[in-house]
Ligand binder design. Structure first.
Ligand SMILES: Nc1nc2c(c(=O)[nH]1)N[C@H]1C(S)=C(S)[C@@H](COP(=O)(O)OP(=O)(O)OC[C@H]3O[C@@H](n4cnc5c(=O)[nH]c(N)nc54)[C@H](O)[C@@H]3O)O[C@H]1N2
Ligand SMILES: Nc1nc2c(c(=O)[nH]1)N[C@H]1C(S)=C(S)[C@@H](COP(=O)(O)OP(=O)(O)OC[C@H]3O[C@@H](n4cnc5c(=O)[nH]c(N)nc54)[C@H](O)[C@@H]3O)O[C@H]1N2
Ligand code: SF4
Ligand SMILES: [Mo]
Length: 745
């Protein structure tokens, strides 16, 4: 019996999932008391199929680290915290936020977060609390990475896209290192398969010879921040040599405008500016244009660098001009359980007037929207499952802004950098102490959803977010027992009765519909198995999915009228501890969802930007290096695990630098240097790495944490970044392009 170890009886392997990146690979865990003693990939998970990287084996540092909070905290007059009971906490938080709402309006209550890499149910329940408070504006990490891409994708194709790397013959990763950062299912297996097959080509665009680049057939080792030039050259070559898929482009508008805009692009000059050999660029273009199926993924290396929104656009031109859309091995719009992003909303933020894309205020303007005497400023904030004091640009400015709020409420498992600034900290049950899930469901044609079951009781004093939001709504008087009682009675009779009561009593009433998530939790939660109670909201989400994606759900076995399909799907989610395939789409149904149903190739505002690329970069003699502030490495996971002891290697998160720069400065691996930018300065340990090009520096993300449960290790990258350093269209930060200087410490 392999279940008996050191005298402790271990339970069987129990299914759960990894929470350290968006892949959420299925895991199996053996518990030893409350310890996550053994972890392995879960072969029954429909997407990861047993795959897991090295990181989750040390997940116990998340579950049982010294950072865990077990009682609500209230700020004291002397600036410290005191422990308070839940009743007091809920009553006071509700009263404080209601007072802000009543004095300044609900629009002054800002919501940030809602989930990280492993937990999206908090955001679903928070919709009810936000409705009760009249909160209008919100944001999350997506508004510092993906909103530029969302905006472009929405205008060109009417929806977000992902790529099918399993079936492509030419793959490209643009500012993306999936060997470490993953984001695609079973990344290392897929990368090796492409690399080892002589009939397939792997192209990597990255200034650093990353682990992924080392596997590539073609590594376009751009100078940092020059992707706009490289991609302009690629598009210009496709046009000049007529390597276009004309049959495909018959369904697209704007080709002539694109042609005209690229007529003057000087390919040789662009390649020179990007620092890449023109012959290699031509070879890459030749492989892409000649591909049977081309799949490509852009990520932070370009989305957090100069011209990021323009690059998202040029990137799409490369794959649309070659017809790489709507065929196996190319690009598609996933059939999600919830709509993940919705492009432009046309709204603007109240103070700065920044564009709100996919409902999210750009992260880089949040501090500016607080630190002002503008009447529309944010005065209170709820932060849930996010750590903006650490993760947003310009840490010092963010801390000042969070400190200037009338009320800051933080819902977290740890006393994070953000929680340390809060007026109230509400301790959440960990992601193994409640049912939890994410909406990072991007697979195609079969797509899967995984509701993980609770494996451990929360410690006394910590509550699941569902319960926290239900209590806050009740304290705010959002609804009363009379609204819940008939739903509860129906739930006790079974799902069909609840479904009917829910449609009739909640969805048909605009006032109650806003509280649907929490009403479902109150009515259905107690009837569900206790390890699935927080999954109640999924019934409502399944209803929406059934309305939006009937045929795809039916192909996966959830047919019939939407209410029937929704209930069958919900039941299947409850019954599948390792996840369930919920939709099956068809490649022939991958069609642009733009207003006219046609692909829009010409985005005039972005085409106009091309002209600006001819301008020379001013030399920056004071800050001659380019710093990538926030690289993904083997043992980084944003700030989800706070104890540096979890990292087997690179505990202090070294600053990577090229051998040439190290020689010039006279430093070696292990030495300390002073790294400064216009915003700040830190002292950091150096790692000399021949994967770096001269003039380029890289710091890992997620380090430099402070406070209870952590020891000093590494530096916080956003002590060095500036909020003003952002994309002119989407407001996303230039974290990968921070001008810097290095001196021997
Ligand atoms: N191990 C680990 N995995 C993670 C995470 C984690 O914290 N740790 N976080 C998850 C999250 S939240 C995200 S968003 C993803 C992000 O995943 P990635 O975007 O892959 O992560 P990064 O390492 O930040 O950046 C990718 C690459 O961009 C390159 N780069 C830097 N500057 C430039 C440039 O100017 N041009 C180009 N073309 N490339 C450039 C870097 O050298 C780096 O290899 O990772 C997820 N996965
Ligand atoms: N300079 C620089 N800055 C960056 C980046 C970069 O590359 N460079 N990357 C950016 C990117 S892509 C991202 S995604 C962000 C990530 O930054 P954030 O979105 O701010 O999130 P995390 O660091 O993942 O913090 C998650 C928080 O959730 C808490 N938590 C964990 N489990 C639970 C739970 O069950 N319930 C609750 N309520 N809380 C929980 C953790 O303790 C932690 O405080 O960082 C961004 N910041
Ligand atoms: S790939 Fe991501 S989700 Fe999968 S095991 Fe690694 S860190 Fe966890
Ligand atoms: Mo991210």
């Amino acid at each position: 019996m392999d279940g008996i170890q050191r005298g402790v009886i271990m339970a069987d392997w129990q299914p759960t999932a990894c929470i350290l990146c968006e892949c959420n690979c299925g895991l199996e865990v053996q518990l030893e008391g409350r310890r996550l003693a053994k972890l392995r990939g879960d072969k029954r998970h429909p997407i990861s199929r047993g795959y897991a990287c090295e990181k989750p084996h040390r997940l116990d540092h998340y579950q049982n680290g010294p950072h865990r909070l077990t009682t609500p905290l209230r700020r004291t007059a002397d600036g410290g915290f005191e422990e308070i009971g839940w009743d007091v906490a809920i009553r006071e938080v509700a009263a404080r936020l209601a007072a802000v709402r009543d004095t300044y309006g609900g629009a002054s209550i800002f919501y940030y977060g809602g989930g990280g890499q492993g937990n999206h149910l908090p955001g679903a329940y928070a919709t009810a609390t936000r409705a009760a408070l009249g909160s209008v504006f919100k944001s999350s990490a997506l508004a510092q990475e993906k909103t530029g891409e969302f905006w472009v994708a929405d205008r060109m194709l009417g929806g977000q896209t992902r790529a099918d790397f399993e079936h492509c013959d030419v793959a490209m990763f643009l500012g993306k290192n999936p060997w470490h950062s993953h984001s695609i299912a079973r990344a290392r297996v897929t990368l090796k398969e492409i690399a080892q097959d002589p009939a397939r080509t792997l192209i990597v665009v990255d200034p650093r010879r990353t682990e992924t680049a080392a596997l590539a057939d073609i590594h376009l080792q751009v100078r940092p921040g020059t992707d706009a030039w490289l991609l302009s050259a690629m598009v210009a070559l496709l046009l000049a040599e007529d390597r276009l898929d004309h049959a495909f482009l018959a369904e697209a508008d704007g080709l002539d405008a694109v042609r005209a805009a690229f007529a003057d692009v000087d390919v040789a000059a662009c390649c020179a500016r990007a620092g890449v050999d023109e012959a290699l660029v031509r070879e890459a273009v030749d492989r892409i244009a000649g591909a049977r199926a081309f799949a490509s993924f852009e990520d932070l290396g370009v989305q957090m660098s100069r011209h990021s929104t323009l690059v998202s656009y040029l990137h799409r031109l490369v794959w649309l001009l070659t017809g790489s859309y709507g065929k196996p091995g190319t690009h598609y719009t996933p059939t999600g359980l919830v709509r993940f992003a919705s492009g432009a909303s046309g709204h603007r933020s109240p103070v700065v007037g920044a564009p709100i894309i996919s409902g999210l205020v750009p992260c880089n303007v949040i501090a500016e929207e607080i630190l002002t005497d503008h009447p529309g400023r944010y005065r209170a904030m709820i932060v849930e499952a996010a750590n903006p004091a650490h993760s947003l640009a310009d840490g010092p400015l963010m801390r000042e802004a969070l400190g200037a709020l009338d009320t800051l409420v933080v819902i977290d498992v740890a006393l994070s950098e953000t929680a340390q600034l809060a007026d109230y900290v509400l301790p959440a049950a960990s992601q193994l102490e409640k049912a939890e899930a994410t909406f990072f469901n991007f697979e195609f044609p079969k797509n899967a959803f995984h509701l993980r079951r609770r494996l451990l009781e929360p410690p006394p004093g910590a509550l699941p977010e569902a319960e926290i939001h239900a209590r806050l709504c009740e304290a705010l008087g959002a609804f009363d027992d009379a609204a819940v009682a008939p739903l509860r009675a129906a739930a006790e009779k079974g799902l069909p009765a609840l479904g009917a009561a829910f449609m009739q009593r909640v969805l048909a009433h605009p006032k109650l519909k806003r509280y649907a998530s929490v009403l479902l939790y109150r009515a259905l939660g107690p009837v569900l198995p206790p390890d699935l109670a927080e999954g109640a909201v999924l019934l409502g989400l399944a209803f929406r999915a059934a309305m939006d994606h009937g045929p795809a759900l039916a192909r996966a076995g959830f047919g019939g009228p939407p209410p029937m399909a929704a209930m069958a799907l919900f039941q299947a989610i409850l019954d599948a501890p390792s996840g369930v395939v919920f939709s099956e789409s068809r490649w022939e149904d991958v069609r642009p969802k733009t207003a006219g149903g046609r692909i829009q190739l010409a985005l005039e505002d972005l085409l106009a930007e091309l002209g600006r690329l001819a301008e020379p970069d001013p030399e920056d003699v004071d800050f001659p290096y380019v710093l990538a502030a926030g690289e993904r490495r083997s043992f980084t996971a944003n700030t989800i695990i706070r104890d540096p002891a979890w990292r087997k290697r690179d505990r202090d998160g070294a600053l990577r630098m090229s051998p040439a720069d190290a020689a010039r400065l006279g430093v070696a691996t292990g030495d300390r240097v002073r790294l400064s930018t216009r915003r700040g300065a830190v002292v950091v340990v150096v790692e000399v790495s021949d994967t770096m090009q001269a003039g380029h520096l890289a710091l890992p993300n997620g380090l430099g944490l402070s406070g209870r449960g952590t020891e000093p290790a590494g530096v916080a990258p956003n002590e060095l970044t500036s909020a003003a350093d952002r994309d002119p269209f989407a407001g996303t930060p230039h974290h990968k392009y921070v001008r810097a200087r290095v001196e021997v410490a």
